[in-house]
Design a protein around this ligand. Structure first.
Ligand code: MG
Length: 387
């Protein structure tokens, strides 16, 4: 039989996370004979129910608006691809970064940020709702697949990467993964890079999806240097290029420019701090990052998307309806927990409103709409009816 893949034998930098020196899982389990601990985490994530649900959860455009728009599933795969490329360039642990990337949005509600905001408002009196914390809850508690424990029993390093941010008062209740929010320490470089790969992925695919939708136009984007610079280059090389290809060529070059900048700046910071272990990374200031000019350019692009796309009247109208779906569902279940499926109704006896939030957060967009109809509350949400 082949030897188990041991990431210590691969060309990892001294500051990379290693499964051989992982802080381990919450419940002891024998090692896999064929996979490293982080490969196994990645596999557990890919096989879990919450991962499959990402296919029908909104990124920006709800599912019925078109087959070609990103969903939370394709977004997560793009994040993993970008993160792995950067990890390889820095000799980081690709298995760990892939696991973190694929899991980072598992706790997302239906209907993207509108759904999360609505659920947070509903949960205000019960500790609020935050999708990042919910992703950790999914992998620690909500998935039910294993005989010996709830959740996926992932390694500390994967869980540390999933919990990107957390308010100190909540961090106190989270044990080991909450500690860094109280002590002001950083997570592993794999976690830091996955977080930035998330931003690279959504900024660029939202440009692509936004243009595809017709809600934003190329002319508007020419005010953004990062975009304009690459587009000019593409036009110079391919004067007769059609619009679809022009957009693809431009966004792919933007991604590349961001990745190259991130690699350069991060390598520079690593060289100046010379961390010799993942714990040295945790004690240092943030080591992964863009150069300052690129940070400004990214911020400009982000602001543009915020104003012109995410708050476009057409997107806002859909998102207002989405908020109503989530709010109506929450209120209906809070009024009458008997309307919940048995398994979730039972959980309200010990968890109260949190069990309702868990149920709603797990829904896909279309399941949420179906549930509303089941409760006799549907039928008034014009923007959410498939056309
Ligand atoms: Mg994301």
């Amino acid at each position: 039989m082949a030897l188990p893949p041991d990431d210590a034998a691969r060309q990892l930098a001294p500051y990379a996370a290693r499964s051989a020196t992982s802080r381990g899982r919450r419940f002891d389990e024998p090692d896999s004979p064929t996979r490293s601990a982080f490969q196994r985490d990645r596999d557990r994530i890919v096989h879990c129910t919450a991962f499959r649900r990402l296919e029908y959860k909104t990124q920006v455009f709800v599912n019925h608006e078109g087959d070609l728009f990103r969903t939370r599933l394709t977004h997560s795969i793009e994040v993993a691809q970008i993160a792995r490329s950067i990890a390889r360039g820095l000799a980081l642990n690709e298995d760990l970064i892939e696991a973190i990337s694929l899991a980072h949005d598992l706790g997302h509600t239906p209907f993207g940020h509108a759904g999360q905001d609505a659920l947070d408002t509903c949960m205000r009196a019960h500790g609020g709702f935050e999708h990042n914390l919910q992703s950790l809850r999914v992998v620690d508690e909500l998935e039910q697949r294993y005989g010996g424990f709830d959740g996926l029993n992932l390694c500390f390093e994967t869980r540390e990467g999933i919990l990107k941010h957390c308010a100190p008062q909540l961090a106190r209740g989270l044990g080991d993964v909450g500690e860094r929010f109280l002590s002001g320490r950083q997570p592993s470089l794999e976690a830091q890079v996955a977080n930035l790969a998330d931003a690279i992925a959504y900024n660029n695919h939202d440009v692509d999806d936004g243009l595809r939708s017709g809600l934003i136009a190329i002319e508007q984007l020419l005010a953004i240097d990062l975009f304009a610079r690459q587009m000019r280059e593409v036009r110079r090389e391919h004067p007769a290029i059609g619009e679809r290809r022009l957009v693809s060529e431009t966004t792919r070059r933007m991604i590349n420019e961001l990745v190259v900048d991130l690699l350069g700046e991060t390598a520079r910071r690593i060289a100046s701090h010379a961390p010799d272990s993942v714990d040295a990374v945790r004690a240092a200031p943030p080591l992964a990052g863009f150069s300052e000019p690129m940070r400004d350019e990214q911020a400009k692009l982000k602001r543009f998307l915020n104003v012109e796309l995410y708050r476009h009247p057409k997107v806002s109208a859909v998102m207002d309806d989405a908020k109503r779906v989530v709010t109506l569902l929450f209120e209906a279940f809070e009024r009458d927990p008997g309307a919940l499926p048995d398994e979730h109704r039972l959980r309200t006896e010990s968890l109260g409103a949190r069990a309702i939030a868990d149920y709603i957060a797990g829904m896909t967009d279309r399941f949420a709409i179906k549930e509303l109809a089941r409760l006799g509350l549907g039928g008034t949400l014009a923007t959410l009816e498939p056309t």
